[in-house]
Design a protein around this ligand. Structure first.
Ligand code: ZN
Length: 271
């Protein structure tokens, strides 16, 4: 969820040709590690003897479909925990269904104290670590790292190009965001499961960080050259290699430019 999202000029459903992540589908990342994708991603991880589910979607009426997909993916293995990467409505809607169906415990920053080093869930098969990474999207963001499969679940920290912020961009926030991305990249994930949209890789995280830095640099330089907002908006095109990113050219890039431009005009960023 991005609360201060600025709609782009072509933001309507008919203008979005990419429906790949909108159609319900099951993606197998590894044996016992799967994702049900339908805009929102819901992931199950068989830890051996029990499973965790990460994120529980937006639409309660999809509960039957989602629970069936999870049961199908896990067989007899019970879901013992539902981890919410954060508590925005589009990550927690099915929490009660997992509680009812499996007696699962809900784990997020509001139900547990998550220590800085994180919580490790261990079974006979593989561990999963839930690690706090707050301050970029919400104060309670966590990521989940599955080292055996080099799989990183980022929640809404990675949004296929969109600045994940839900508050105005300030210089110290930009620094925190960059440091968080450097930390995510250092996991060297082979598979990145974002909160929404197609799966990604560590290269996408690195590409986004480079994009963000170049956006700040480019817009700062344009402001120093006394370009108007209109000129800057018109001249800051989405990078060619990112145009195909999920919904990126539709509204995300435009929103990012506006957020960075406001922050540069306020002062401090890119100075
Ligand atoms: Zn969110």
């Amino acid at each position: 969820m991005y609360s201060d999202r600025v709609p782009g000029p072509s933001e309507d459903a008919s203008a979005m040709p990419d429906t790949a992540a909108e159609t319900p589908k099951i993606i197998t990342v590894a044996d016992g590690l799967g994702v049900r994708q339908e805009v929102d991603n819901c992931t199950w991880i068989d830890l051996g003897g029990y499973a965790v589910v990460v994120d529980a979607l937006e639409h309660r009426h999809k509960a039957a479909d989602v629970i069936a997909a999870v049961r199908d993916g896990l067989g007899e293995v019970p879901v013992r925990y539902v981890i919410n990467t954060h508590t925005h409505y589009d990550h927690v809607a099915l929490n009660p269904d997992f509680q009812e169906q499996f007696g699962a415990e809900i784990v997020n920053h509001s139900t547990r104290d998550i220590p800085p080093e994180g919580l490790t869930f261990r079974g006979s098969r593989r561990p999963a670590q839930m690690i706090p990474a707050g301050g970029c999207h919400t104060d309670g963001d966590c990521v989940v790292w599955v080292p055996s499969d080099r799989t990183l679940l980022t929640g809404d920290l990675f949004g296929w190009g969109v600045l994940p912020l839900t508050q105005p961009l300030r210089p110290e926030l930009a620094q925190h965001l960059e440091a968080t991305y450097e930390w995510l990249i250092a996991f060297e994930p082979e598979t990145v499961i974002p909160g929404h949209g197609p799966l990604a890789t560590g290269e996408h995280l690195a590409r986004w960080l480079a994009y963000f830095r170049s956006l700040v640099e480019h817009i700062s330089e344009a402001c120093r050259c006394d370009q108007t907002d209109k000129e800057i908006l018109a001249s800051t095109a989405p990078p060619a290699d990112m145009r195909h990113w999920w919904r990126f050219a539709d509204w995300k890039h435009d929103r990012n430019v506006r957020v960075v431009l406001r922050a540069v005009r306020r002062g401090g960023l890119g100075a």
